[in-house]
Design a protein around this ligand. Structure first.
Ligand SMILES: [Ca+2]
Ligand SMILES: [Ca+2]
Length: 230
């Protein structure tokens, strides 16, 4: 171990070889060595910074994943709307994760292969999807718009609702989020997926994550889709 006295002597030798007995000269020197106290101080600072990094990194990764997931669900919504405006109908859901729509199925997995998009979310779980039955069998954009109008004015009863029933929607696309499974109120019977057994009442697209809900949901309201239809 280097004592303070020895270190000071070393510092004097550093700038003025052969002048060990001239401390006054040493004090006015520009010697750039560190004392043990200075080194200890720097080590403490580095330790604190490493500790902060270890705490912040997982949080930043989590936030980044959530942001990526929201973007992927939004992109799926855009693809679904594009499909409707191109074909005059919304696709049925898929009963499996293979992404092909299954005729007659209204709740299940996103028919991502039919849409021509990637079907997994940022957590590598297949997206879920539900659709109003009255918008799946139309054969033109004009008829699709007529059916939207009938759902809006009540001529035909709508199937799907968000936000405790206050929002009538044409479809929902949902990521299970960080826990990789759908939560209530999207999944009512707790099997982690949406089927006809669940009650077609979904969360608000603006629902914030809680201890029991971390799904990411996007939807198109009937009026929004009506406004987009030419
Ligand atoms: Ca979830
Ligand atoms: Ca379910």
């Amino acid at each position: 171990m280097i004592s303070c006295q020895n270190l000071e002597a070393a510092r004097v030798d550093c700038d003025y070889p052969g002048t060990r007995n001239t401390p006054a000269l040493a004090k006015s020197s520009s010697c750039s060595g560190f004392t043990l106290i200075e080194i200890a101080f720097v080590l403490v600072i580095i330790g604190v910074l490493l500790g902060l990094g270890a705490e912040l990194l997982p949080m930043l990764v989590k936030q980044s994943k959530l942001k990526e997931d929201r973007l992927m669900v939004k992109e799926a919504k855009t693809a679904i709307i594009g499909y409707a405006l191109a074909t005059g109908r919304l696709p049925y859901a898929s009963t499996t994760i293979n992404g092909s729509e299954t005729t007659g199925i209204l709740n299940g997995y996103l028919p991502w292969a039919t849409l021509g998009i990637a079907g997994k979310d940022a957590y590598l779980t297949t997206l879920s999807y539900a659709v109003d039955s009255y918008l799946t069998s139309t054969t033109s954009v004009a008829q699709f718009k007529t059916h939207l109008a009938e759902l809006i004015n009540g001529t035909h009863a709508p199937d799907l609702f968000c936000d405790s029933g206050s929002l009538r929607v044409a479809f929902v696309v949902i990521s299970g989020g960080e826990n990789m499974r759908l939560d209530a109120p999207n999944d009512d019977n707790g099997d982690g997926i949406i089927t006809m057994i669940d009650n077609n009442q979904f969360a608000s697209p603006s629902a914030t994550p809680t201890a029991t809900y971390n799904d990411i949901l996007e939807t198109a309201s009937l009026t929004y889709l009506y406004g987009l239809s030419p």
